[in-house]
Design a protein around this ligand. Sequence first.
Ligand code: XMP
Length: 186
Amino acid sequence: MSAMPHLDQELFSAKEIRARINALAEDIARDYGTDEILAISILKGSFVFTADLIRALAGHQVHPLVDFMTLSSYGSRSTSSGTVTLHHELSLPVDGHRVLLIDDILDTGLTLQTACQLLTRQGARDVRTCVLLDKPSRRVAPITANYTGFQIENVFVVGYGLDYNNRYRHLPGLVSMKFEDSSGAP
Ligand code: XMP
């Protein structure tokens, strides 16, 4: 009988994530100065990261406006041919705002690229990107995040808001998963 996908290794502990987010908040606070930030969190995977990042920013006297958008790419997560679709519109107007786009993982880059184009078309004054994790080896779209938590190999990661079939979002750390075909992806 074949083994089920299962949790493998903790890549980053809750303590390491907290320290990294504080460093990101410091960089963001320094770069934006007194300019107002419109933080836009891409659901669902980035909800925990966003919650901690905006509170870390508050520790640097930065209090962004916060909104959410839902995008999804079709096709399996292990292929790069996804078409990205917007499912949930923003509730705040973006025109004239300095947008900080927050996502859990920069993988092929198609999601973040589509979101950046969309916000630019809607009149954002400037769009910067902040991701918790970056898998550069999987990149298809030519995009680099302005702020990155951690770079990782091509492994599938869950925990800290990230899921596999809607499980594991509650885990305090970031944990890799093992799949029976050892491709590193579901
Ligand atoms: P792209 O490829 O457009 O996709 O950069 C980014 C989105 O793909 C999902 N994704 C993952 N989700 N563990 C997850 O839980 C992973 O290792 C992983 N890799 C990609 C995620 O939704 C991300 O926003």
